[in-house]
Design a protein around this ligand. Structure first.
Ligand code: PBG
Length: 328
């Protein structure tokens, strides 16, 4: 008997063989592109810590959305960067506010060709940068924030958002948003809950991307990196409250959580490859220390392999192009 009897390398011997036996594949429909729009910008503004990502103008955002539709991406997730901010984030409720206008503009551009998603959170709109309104002692006021989220959800749905992404990690937010949407007749608006959202150092570059005013951190509302069981509890609560889809965020440092959630949730599960994950790949690639394209593909594949059905990634359009031209 020749040895070895088992030769797993047989199935790795050529690109065609590896293609045949690949268990996970990337497809444009499961990639969601996060995009920023800056109120009053005359031209797209580069984000220093996220090379290749910009704060869009209305026109450049519409062009990005049209390309996303053309590539067949799963959606575009919009974030607004307002010119003025206040203590309660009122620009987030204003139908003429930067995010609500962008939703309407993008929807008018792409129609049914692309799902328009919006970040439902106050941090971009508050002058203190927290995801909710503050009590007098400076703590984030959960219940006072819920009411505003409900109004914000209705404003986003009226603007034309297909999918709302509540990302503030306030207790009870999904129920309040569902009730507000239903009461306003938006029973079809989908709630894509950032269910297990961790307090993470990897959000760093996002603070640049939205000109964040935050001092301090979000540790009293976002989850602690040490915890796993708590993620399942957050997901269960969001599902009970009416979430249609759930998200784990960040992705790469939390692939175990993605796997846990994918195994327990009976709704589609997504994960967000966030700004710091993007920045790390870009920084290492710029130094010539990693192969940029291979690292991007591998990172997103790992998130899909962990169990996420879809991935929010700043690489969505670029990956979509590579998949389309068959160069991945
Ligand atoms: C909250 C929100 C954040 C991100 C998405 N939604 C910031 C935060 O929670 O601090 C981060 C996305 C990223 O880092 O790419 N509006």
């Amino acid at each position: 008997m020749p040895f070895p009897l088992q030769r797993p390398r047989r199935l790795r011997q050529s690109p065609a063989m590896r293609r045949l036996v690949a268990e996970t594949r990337l497809h444009p429909s499961e990639l969601i592109l996060p995009a920023f729009i800056k109120e009053g910008a005359d031209e797209p503004l580069p984000i220093a810590s996220m090379p290749g990502v910009v704060q869009h103008t209305t026109d450049s955002l519409k062009a990005a959305a049209a390309e996303a539709a053309e590539l067949g991406l799963g959606g575009i997730m919009l974030f607004g960067v307002p010119e003025t901010r206040d203590a309660t984030g009122s620009a987030g409720l204003d139908p003429q506010g930067v995010l609500n206008r962008a939703i309407a503009d993008v929807k008018a551009e792409v129609g049914d060709g692309l799902l328009v998603m919006s970040d439902l959170c106050l941090d971009e709109f508050t002058d203190h940068g927290h995801c909710g309104v503050l009590r007098e002692d400076g703590a984030v006021d959960n219940d006072a924030t819920l009411e505003i989220y409900g109004q914000m959800a209705v404003a986003q749905a009226e603007a034309g958002a297909d999918v709302l992404g509540p990302s503030g990690m306030m207790d009870g937010q999904v129920r309040v948003i569902r009730e507000a949407l239903d009461a306003a007749g938006h029973t079809d608006a989908v709630i894509f809950a950032y269910a297990a959202k961790y307090s993470s150092a990897f959000y760093g570059p996002f603070r640049d991307a939205v000109d964040s005013q935050l001092t301090g951190d979000r540790k009293t509302y976002q989850m602690d990196a040490a915890n796993r069981t708590e993620a399942l509890r957050e997901v269960c609560l969001d599902l009970e409250e009416g979430a249609d889809m759930v998200m784990v965020k960040p992705a790469m440092a939390y692939l175990d959580i993605v796997r846990d959630v994918a195994e327990t949730a009976d709704v589609p599960v997504s994960a967000y490859q966030i700004s710091g994950e993007y920045a790390m790949i870009e920084a290492a690639a710029a130094q010539g220390w990693i192969d940029r394209r291979a690292a991007i593909a591998e990172s997103v594949l790992s998130i899909r392999r962990a169990g996420a059905g879809s991935v929010l990634t700043y690489y969505a359009a670029e990956l979509g192009r590579w998949i389309k031209e068959g160069s991945l």
